[in-house]
Design a protein around this ligand. Sequence first.
Ligand SMILES: [Fe+2]
Length: 220
Amino acid sequence: MSVRSLFARADEVLAQRYPFVLPVLGYDTKAVEPAIDAQTMTIHHDRHHAAYVTNLNKALDALPDLHQYTLGELLMGMRKWPTAAQAAIRNNGGGHANHALYWGLLAPGSTSSTAPSGQLGEMVARDFTTVEACKAALKAAGLAQFGSGWAWLVKTATSRLVVRGLPNQDSPLLEGELPIVGLDVWEHAYYLKYQNRRADYLDAVLARINWDVASAQLKR
Ligand SMILES: [Fe+2]
């Protein structure tokens, strides 16, 4: 697996074309402790995220017609691709894009979470009244997600902020919605430290959201 010396920035990963590469975390694996322990961070990034990249490349090895498209184009254009490619793009392409955003959304070090600012701050106030209400909606979506999936804060086609739960590695981009915050609720994201206590994991991660990264998603 090639690893480009690239901070895990969602927009740069969405601009990648085949062969896709795993971005580096950009911070120490301990940097988000105690919310995320180093072992979970290492396994999650080095094995799970890496596997999505490897398997996306394997699937596209035999589909040279798709090599001209960026990851973002592959996700947003799902209905145009051969049936044989759709599951791999949805699952592994989605996994690659989703995790790239997730790493950036975790605020490393002793710095605490920022607050939504600028346009995102205005949209949160308009659509949720308070940041706490937005976080509560994300937590509820994460708890309600049956099995593996993600809780998402998205910007819809009509420029509203909405919280959704999506299964597996489905990206909001599949439906033309812009991901702003994504919380991984697959067991691989929390089970070593939290076991079945998904609520505690969600509380811990929601307290470490780097809203500057979330705000930057709107500028894409
Ligand atoms: Fe994950």
